[in-house]
Design a protein around this ligand. Structure first.
Ligand SMILES: CC(C)(COP(=O)(O)OP(=O)(O)OC[C@H]1O[C@@H](n2cnc3c(N)ncnc32)[C@H](O)[C@@H]1OP(=O)(O)O)[C@@H](O)C(=O)NCCC(=O)NCCS
Length: 145
């Protein structure tokens, strides 16, 4: 990460740039905007969006979603995921779940393990991602904090 980046909670005004970044990778927009206050963004010195990671809160269970970076392989994704997991811990969450079709081999480095969809904590089944925004074939992964 040669460029200085600021990591901060997402603001309402960040939404258009976040939506564009998610769309670029075909990631779902459904349910993202209502959880925006629990998203973290990375912005460069010009204020441009360099990455995003989202958290949905279901009491002691979190759903990690919408992890995307403008330029890959600079450590921005890892920095975002680490920060959002730290936030989940500070909120008292005990488990974090994610669904992915594109990054099954990325998340084990943070401790996530594959589980069956049916093994996912009941609370996250209410999320838009579980309700259909993510394909049924998506891999479900779980991290115990
Ligand atoms: C997945 C993503 C967020 C990772 O962020 P990043 O900033 O590129 O990754 P980092 O710099 O933190 O880590 C780089 C490492 O992750 C690996 N990696 C990156 N994307 C990967 C992926 N989709 N699957 C598996 N490994 C991946 C790189 O090969 C590299 O490995 P190395 O450390 O062995 O060299 C980013 O590639 C991205 O935006 N992808 C498109 C959107 C997406 O698929 N998001 C996941 C949705 S759940």
């Amino acid at each position: 990460m040669s460029q200085l980046l600021l990591f901060r909670p997402a603001h309402t005004a960040d939404w258009p740039a976040i939506a564009m970044l998610l769309q670029r990778y075909g990631l779902p927009l459904e349910g993202a905007q209502v959880h925006l206050k629990d998203f973290i963004v990375a912005v460069n010195e010009a204020g441009d969006l360099e990455g995003v990671a989202g958290l949905e809160r279901y009491r002691e269970v979190g759903l990690l979603r919408s992890v995307a970076v403008a330029e890959q392989r600079r450590g921005v994704g890892a920095a975002l995921v680490e920060r959002i997991l730290e936030r989940a811990r500070s909120l008292g969450m005990q488990q974090v779940v994610l669904l992915t079709t594109t990054a099954v081999d990325y998340f084990p480095r943070f401790g996530f393990q594959r589980i069956e969809r049916s093994e996912a904590p009941a609370a996250v089944h209410a999320s838009a991602e579980f309700q259909g925004a993510c394909p049924a074939s998506a891999t479900v992964m779980l991290l115990r904090l």
